[in-house]
Design a protein around this ligand. Structure first.
Ligand code: CA
Length: 220
């Protein structure tokens, strides 16, 4: 498993590299946003949002389009706004400096388990069809009325979850647990933001209904 550490602080980076290598990961470190985008693909990216040459959020927006790469943002204590923006932009999880090695390793294992589960054991191998929408859990390809539909990784996970249970109400808690992290204290607006984005992309073809106080349902 490859981990890319994007961290401009040498002292912090050294500690991370030692801990991650000790835990058996193949680790590569870069110190700038530009180098982060040029780096070889990794299974997990530990992304410091405060970088000298640009906004870590821009790096995140770029990385989330790479399938199979999970992103954990790293922020300083008090930077709650950055943390929330990171989650909205598609981060899989976050850690707050200063964090302990065991916490970090647990979070890395959790996001890896999640991305591997999504890749290796989709709920069903067969493409799911809902009206004009067709979605393939194995290739993660989505078409709407025959046209390819471009979704971020989180949008795909969310839509796949609803599509696998089309016509059923799926609770907000279950969605957050499946698509984000079970331990994540989700600002519920993050889920709303992703639902709104999906609705925009689905247009009038397929409807995601809000079931007030409970969750969402993909109308059939
Ligand atoms: Ca920094």
């Amino acid at each position: 498993m490859r981990v890319l550490v994007v961290e401009d602080d040498d002292r912090v980076a050294r500690g991370l590299l030692t801990a991650l290598r000790h835990a058996g990961y193949e680790v590569h470190r870069v110190a700038t946003a530009a180098d982060a985008l040029r780096a070889a693909p990794a299974d997990v990216v530990l992304l410091d949002l405060g970088l000298p040459d640009g906004d870590g959020l821009d790096v995140l927006r770029e990385l989330r389009h790479r399938p199979g790469t999970a992103v954990i943002t790293v922020t300083a204590r008090g930077e709650e706004r950055e943390r929330v923006l990171g989650l909205r932009a598609g981060a899989d999880d976050y850690v707050v400096k200063p964090f302990g090695t065991s916490e970090l390793l647990a979070r890395i294992e959790a996001v890896l388990r999640r991305t591997r589960t999504h890749r290796a054991e989709p709920e069903s191998e067969a493409p799911v069809q809902v009206g004009a929408l067709e979605l393939s859990p194995t290739t993660r390809a989505v078409t709407l009325a025959g046209e390819p539909l471009s979704l971020t990784r989180k949008e795909f996970d969310l839509l796949a979850l609803l599509a696998a249970r089309k016509g059923e109400v799926v609770s907000r808690d279950f969605i957050v647990d499946q698509v984000w992290q079970a331990h994540w204290e989700a600002p519920s607006r993050t889920l709303d933001t992703h639902i709104a984005a999906l609705r925009g992309k689905l247009g009038g073809h397929v409807k995601i209904e809000t079931v007030r106080g409970v969750g969402y349902r993909l109308a059939t």
